[in-house]
Each structure stands twice: as structure tokens, then as C-alpha cells.
Design a protein around this ligand. Structure first.
Ligand code: GTP
Ligand code: MG
Length: 250
């Protein structure tokens, strides 16, 4: 009989006490082996509520979305799951859609699945105009630079753990999601998208709902595109002058 894949969920959470229990509670029973909430220096009851809902709680004192995800990956190395699912802690995503999200990996049709909010149903106001614009621009640039056909930088995503480790993720803040997509394309992973629903978050908005959060996130996303797109191209040109074989990818 085929062994089911072992799935570990990583949820970065900064002050999500009002939502975290619902997020953990709505993950389909029996689908995943472990749910890990990374408490990113919360000052509310995030940790207690996550634990009460049955999650493993880790602590990452350095603030930043990427820092929290990296902490989750360090823990996952000890458990060595087959698949890791990332999910936000604000109850904007619909955790019950995880079954559909991981399906292409379980069927061995993909290594990396992005939950696309553009292809799914968005509650009006769940994604603010600046977030919609930023996503479209980033996806357009990824298509222009690498021919990648993404429609979203959504946080709800699933990836084979061995492939995730090979990507050597390093972003510590808002560039996390796009870094993973760019590196997945450069690494030649089989990538696909699945429609996911998105609703207004529970609790206080921290990134796209604030001016400073939007500016910082946009700047970091554009900087990340430049880092992996423009700069390697320059190096590639320099390298091709020196060697006939030139630059061979990431
Ligand atoms: N902003 C922020 N979020 C963090 C951090 N660490 C973990 N998170 C979590 O990352 C997820 C995404 O943050 P959100 O504030 O929902 O960001 P967003 O979805 O772009 O925008 P809003 O939902 O409008 O705030 C949530 O689960 C946060 O709790 C951090 O240092 N800063
Ligand atoms: Mg959110």
C-alpha cells in the first residue's frame, strides 16, 4: 500500500490571538501530521491560543515574516516531512482548502503549488487595491524576466520539503513569497497554481492595510526581483565575456 505523504504546516504569527485558533482548527483533520505556529514576538495571547488549538508553538523573537518562516523550516529539518504548507495566521486564507492545495503534489504532478487568490473567490475588500496592484506588477515582472506564469504571490502554498531546502531560502521579511517563486522557477521545479478563497482578515492589519507596511513590502518585493533578475543578468554578461559557456542559471 502507498504510504501517505507526511505534511507539516508552518504558520507565521505576529499578534494573531483572535484568529490563530480558527486557522489551526479549520485545517482538515487527518490531512497533516503537525501544525507549527511560529510566534513572532507577539505581545498578545497568540501562543496560548495556538497551543490550545493543538499546534506546536515555536518562538522567533526577531520580527519579520521571513524570519518566522525560516524558524519553521529549521524545526521541519528535525521532522523531515514530505511536504510543507505555509499559511497566514490572520484567517484570511481558508485552511479547509488545504486538501485541494496539496493534491497536485500528492498526485506527483507538481513540486510547488501556489494558492492563487486571483483565480479564487475574494471577499470584497479582502485584498486592498495596493495589494492587488503590487501582485499584478510582481507577476508581470516575473513573466517578463523569467517567463513565469504566476497570477499571485499568495501566502497559502505547498512545496515538497526536499525542494524547499534546495532553494536555500534567505529573505527575512516581506520578500519571502516572491523569493520562493523566483528560485522555484530558476531551479526548474514543477510549479502550478490552485484557486483559493480569501476573506477579510480577523484582527489588525499589519502589512497591506498600513501605509508603511505597503511601502516596505513593495520596496522589498521589487528589490528581490532586481536581486535575482537584474543583477544575475549583469553577472551573466560579465561571465559570458570571460567564458564561452557563460552563466548557467541560478
Ligand atoms: N506584518 C508582519 N506579519 C508577520 C510578522 N511575523 C509574522 N507575521 C504573520 O504574517 C502573516 C501576514 O501578515 P498580515 O499582517 O496578514 O499581512 P497581509 O496579509 O499582507 O496584510 P493584512 O492582512 O492587510 O495585514 C500574518 O499571519 C502575521 O501574523 C511580522 O514581523 N510582521
Ligand atoms: Mg493578511
Amino acid at each position: 500500500m502507498e504510504t501517505p505523504m507526511r505534511i507539516l504546516v508552518i504558520i507565521p504569527a505576529f499578534n494573531e490571538a483572535r484568529s490563530i485558533g480558527r486557522v489551526v482548527g479549520d485545517i482538515p483533520a487527518g490531512l497533516v501530521e503537525e501544525v507549527v505556529v511560529v510566534n513572532n514576538a507577539s505581545t498578545d495571547e497568540t501562543e496560548a491560543n495556538a497551543r490550545a488549538a493543538g499546534a506546536t508553538v515555536l518562538r522567533e523573537p526577531r520580527r519579520g515574516y521571513g524570519h518566522a518562516c525560516l524558524r519553521g523550516i529549521a524545526y521541519a529539518r528535525e521532522k523531515n516531512p514530505d511536504v510543507v504548507v505555509f499559511l497566514d495566521g490572520d484567517y484570511s486564507d481558508h485552511p479547509e482548502e488545504m486538501t485541494a492545495l496539496v493534491a497536485p503534489i500528492l498526485r506527483d504532478e507538481a513540486d510547488f503549488v501556489i494558492g492563487s487568490r486571483m483565480l479564487g473567490e475574494r471577499e470584497p475588500g479582502a485584498m486592498l487595491p495596493q495589494a492587488l496592484f503590487g501582485n499584478r506588477l510582481a507577476c508581470f515582472l516575473m513573466r517578463l524576466l523569467w517567463g513565469a506564469r504566476f497570477t499571485d504571490l499568495g501566502p497559502f502554498r505547498a512545496i515538497r520539503f526536499s525542494d524547499l531546502l534546495a532553494l536555500e531560502m534567505e529573505d527575512q521579511t516581506f520578500g519571502w513569497t516572491i523569493e520562493m517563486q523566483i528560485k522555484a522557477v530558476l531551479a526548474g521545479l514543477r510549479t502550478t497554481e490552485t484557486p483559493v478563497s480569501y476573506r477579510k482578515r480577523v484582527g489588525v492589519s499589519k502589512i497591506t492595510g498600513t501605509v508603511s507596511g505597503s511601502v516596505k513590502a513593495s520596496a522589498k518585493i521589487l528589490w528581490t526581483i532586481a536581486k535575482y533578475g537584474v543583477m544575475p543578468r549583469r553577472r551573466r554578461r560579465r561571465a559570458s565575456k570571460k567564458s564561452p559557456s557563460g552563466f548557467q542559471g541560478s
